[in-house]
Design a protein around this ligand. Structure first.
Ligand SMILES: NC(=O)c1ccc[n+]([C@@H]2O[C@H](COP(=O)([O-])OP(=O)(O)OC[C@H]3O[C@@H](n4cnc5c(N)ncnc54)[C@H](O)[C@@H]3O)[C@@H](O)[C@H]2O)c1
Length: 267
């Protein structure tokens, strides 16, 4: 199992305190890495890092801010002297605050430019900036693995019919921003893998499927029926994939997209 070991490696996870980020942190820590818990909320970062153990570090980081990223990088290098793994996980899956307006506002014809820009800023520009700042440290040390989190919807378009309620009414439409930004993650992954291939910095994407997280039963059934395994994912279902991409187990893999979606995109 040495191939999967991350002993002595420093792994940065952005959006670390969200539903999947927490699991990525646990997975990397269990494989032996020193984990940098990076997110917007200081208390949440501190709590998660403390739960992981004293060898891990909490860092407040806004992936859309170059100054915040530089500060974070300096803190990480000061503490550990290196960065081996970066999981670009922070993203906005845009929701409409007012459910009564959700259907109208989420229609493509009405979808607000401001909301499109907000998603683009975090999901794409944030990944770009974070890779630039953290990845440059990897290039300088001569090795690294970057994992960009995409989605099933980076690979295929949303099936809007799963957002109909039991009465067959469309309650909202999946926005254009999420699938387009997640597709951009795949393009960026290929770009950077090609650019840094000769620097021994590997860049891959992980495309998870939807995670069951207290959605209503009808939606869960609709979603499950789209997958070959007949169910939504659990948040822990991506732990193995993250460790695989971070570790030497995937040493000859770069520019690829690891799809872990219960088979949704296979048919
Ligand atoms: N949950 C799913 O079903 C699912 C499915 C496929 C892909 N994904 C992808 O997995 C990743 C994590 O999703 P999640 O469900 O855990 O989301 P989440 O909303 O639970 O967590 C996202 C985290 O990102 C952080 N964040 C937002 N903007 C930030 C910024 N500017 N700087 C730093 N951090 C910021 C938030 O504070 C939050 O903790 C995302 O890239 C998402 O697109 C999720």
């Amino acid at each position: 199992m040495d191939l999967f070991s991350l002993k002595g490696k420093v792994a940065v996870v952005t959006g670390a305190c969200g539903l999947l980020g927490v699991q990525h942190c646990h997975a990397l820590a269990e494989a032996g890495a020193q984990v940098v818990v990076a997110d917007l909320n200081e208390a949440a970062c501190n709590n998660l890092a403390a739960a992981l153990g004293p060898q891990h570090l909490a860092v407040v980081m806004d992936v859309t801010s170059p100054a915040s990223l530089e500060n974070a990088k300096n803190s990480i290098l000061e503490r550990y002297g290196r960065i081996d793994v970066l999981v670009n996980n922070a993203a906005i899956n845009d929701m409409f605050e007012n459910p009564l307006l959700a259907k109208e506002q989420s229609m493509f014809e009405n979808y607000p430019l401001e909301q499109w820009n907000r998603s683009w800023n975090v999901n794409v520009s944030g990944m770009f900036l974070c890779s630039q700042v953290m990845g440059t440290a990897m290039v300088q040390q001569g090795s690294g693995s970057i994992i960009n989190i995409s989605s099933t919807y980076g690979v295929v378009a949303p099936d809007q019919s799963i957002y109909r309620n039991a009465a067959g009414e469309q309650t909202f439409y999946k926005s254009p921003a999420y699938p387009v930004t997640k597709a951009a993650v795949l393009g960026f992954t290929r770009y950077l893998a090609a650019y840094w291939g000769n620097k021994n910095v590997r860049v891959n994407a992980l495309s998870p499927g939807g995670v069951e997280n207290s959605q209503d039963d009808h939606f869960i059934q609709n979603y499950a029926a789209k997958t070959l395994l007949g169910k939504m994912a659990s948040a822990a279902d991506y732990k193995g994939a993250v460790v695989f991409l971070a570790s030497n187990a995937s040493a000859y893999m770069t520019g690829a997209n690891l799809v872990v979606d219960g088979g949704w995109t296979a048919i």
